[in-house]
Design a protein around this ligand. Structure first.
Ligand SMILES: [Zn+2]
Length: 62
């Protein structure tokens, strides 16, 4: 696992804004690649070229 906000392996430090759901992840948790991030008025999505799209609405449903 990679930290989605720093891209570092085995780090669970999460920025405060991210905890509140305001900050989209920047790195893929599977491979640590930098993702393409798109912020919308109602949320965000982040796309890894290998692992596909993570959507803020998917996270809210968990
Ligand atoms: Zn990935």
């Amino acid at each position: 696992m990679f930290n989605p906000y720093t891209g570092k392996p085995d780090s669970d430090a999460i920025p405060k804004a991210a905890e509140l759901g305001l900050e989209p992840p920047r790195y893929c948790t599977e491979c640590g690649r930098r993702m393409v991030v798109q912020v919308n008025p109602d949320g965000w999505w982040a796309k890894c070229s290998r692992h596909g799209v993570t959507d803020s609405h998917d996270l809210e449903r968990r």
